[in-house]
Design a protein around this ligand. Structure first.
Ligand SMILES: Nc1ncnc2c1ncn2[C@@H]1O[C@H](COP(=O)(O)OP(=O)(O)OP(=O)(O)O)[C@@H](O)[C@H]1O
Length: 295
């Protein structure tokens, strides 16, 4: 997006283009061919965000390396979720939302004129805090719905293959392979979250955004989702918001610490290798936060 377009942050951004929801993209195959497929990183440059006149993020620049897990940490209200939603153009679905800056996927601005939000969201998927499968829909259809929602048509055989491979990559296949026709609501919370991950993977995204994906899960399910994240690493780029410092250290290779104060919008205080951010932080505020002294 241009700074000019966002000069008046009170001007609502365009809502999702109706055509995006209905257009159909026909792809011969959407799964990554094995080997040799490039991985794409994500980069934000000078991203600022508003809700109405309330500025919540200020010039956030961050590189999220291809094939790595980047954790976004920081106290409640510092703008982590807003930032995540900016990365795949979900922020603009809020009527009062405004923003400035650039988000580059594979070097191209996802807000470039003519770029369709639905295409951006297919390449940059999102998993939410609370598992949100369609509870009455079968496990198979839940995963296949990712394709349908993205307007991707595939043959029956190819769909079967995609459903299986997505469930495998989400670490759920062995648990559900014999009951694909049972409803999504019949799974445990942790299984539901992995089902939602499988649904996101079905459209073969380049990036997966995860907004506190384990905060509604018990420790065992949390571990299982973390294993899934570890298995996905190297196959796509992952950005995860988490309040759990141990989780950030377990799953991520890079980390960014966000901070807002009562009169300043959220900014990145420090970003770098997770080991360094936790083990030898450069800023005393980072040290205080990662050691549990505030937030
Ligand atoms: N839809 C919205 N309308 C108005 N203000 C919003 C909206 N969503 C978020 N905000 C405000 O934006 C700021 C950043 O919120 P955000 O949810 O991004 O922070 P966060 O760091 O993810 O917090 P948490 O860790 O508690 O989820 C907060 O002041 C919040 O009140």
């Amino acid at each position: 997006m241009s700074d000019t377009a966002a000069a008046d942050p009170t001007v609502p951004m365009a809502a999702i283009d109706a055509a995006d929801a209905t257009d159909t993209i026909v792809l011969p195959g959407v799964e990554r061919p094995s080997g040799g497929t490039p991985l794409y990183g994500l980069e934000s440059r000078g991203v600022s965000a508003w809700f109405g006149t309330h500025k919540v993020l200020d010039r956030v620049s961050l590189t999220m390396q291809p094939g790595q897990v980047t954790a976004l940490i920081g106290p409640s209200g510092c703008g982590k979720s807003t930032y995540l939603r900016i990365l795949n153009r979900m922020h603009e679905m809020v009527r009062t939302a405004g923003l400035a800056g650039e988000v580059l996927l594979d070097g191209e601005d996802v807000y470039a004129p003519g770029r369709r939000p639905a295409d951006v969201r297919r390449r940059i998927g999102m998993v939410f805090q609370r598992p949100n499968p369609f509870p009455g829909m079968s496990l198979y259809d839940n995963v296949a719905s990712g394709l349908k929602l993205a307007g991707i048509k595939v043959s029956r055989d190819h769909r079967d293959h995609l459903v299986q491979s997505s469930l495998e990559r989400a670490g759920l296949w062995n648990e559900v392979r014999n009951r694909l026709r049972t409803p999504g609501g019949s799974l445990s919370g942790g299984q539901q979250q992995r089902l939602c991950i499988a649904r996101s993977l079905a459209v073969s995204p380049d990036v997966l955004l995860m907004d506190e994906p384990c905060s509604a899960l018990d420790p065992t399910s949390t571990r299982r989702v973390e294993e899934t994240i570890a298995e996905l690493r190297g196959r796509l780029t992952i950005v995860i918001v988490t309040h759990n410092m141990q989780q950030a250290q377990r799953v991520s290779q890079s980390c960014a610490f966000f901070l807002a104060t009562h009169d300043t919008p959220g900014r990145i205080v420090e970003a770098g290798d997770t080991e360094q951010v936790f083990g030898d932080p450069a800023d005393p505020r980072t040290a205080d936060y990662v050691n549990g002294r505030f937030g």
